[in-house]
Design a protein around this ligand. Structure first.
Ligand code: HEC
Length: 93
């Protein structure tokens, strides 16, 4: 997604476990924390995450992107799903 790349989100955040490690993995942040949480973090930042000057449309697109990523996968496989052979069951959602 273009905004994800130009805003350098991946420098600090992972999706599906891939990306920078300064900030948390965001694969499931949409369902875990909600849309308002995402908007607030991106717009205002925190002590450690920079604020981003994005338009309403750009924020909408980012939230939609993270919702899509969230629906497409899980950031990690729970230990309980791993079989001793090294295979794992895809957990039901
Ligand atoms: C310079 C590194 C950096 C960049 C670039 C960055 N972030 Fe972050 N982000 C962080 C850190 C560090 C935190 C944890 C903040 C804290 O707890 O103070 C965070 C937290 C978040 C959270 C809250 C996660 C949670 O689990 O509560 C969201 C959502 C988020 N970032 C989205 C984004 C998006 C979208 C972008 C790109 C537009 C982005 N970030 C760019 C470092 C970054």
């Amino acid at each position: 997604m273009r905004l994800w790349q130009v805003s350098n989100c991946a420098a600090c955040h992972q999706l599906y476990g891939l990306g920078g490690y300064m900030g948390p993995d965001l694969t499931n942040v949409h369902s875990a924390k909600g849309e308002a949480h995402i908007r607030t973090f991106v717009r205002y930042g925190t002590g450690r995450m920079p604020a981003h000057e994005l338009s309403e449309e750009e924020l909408d697109a980012l939230v939609a992107f993270l919702a899509w990523v969230d629906a497409s996968g899980r950031s990690r496989v729970p230990d309980s799903a791993v079989h001793w052979t090294g295979t794992f069951d895809i957990p039901a959602r």
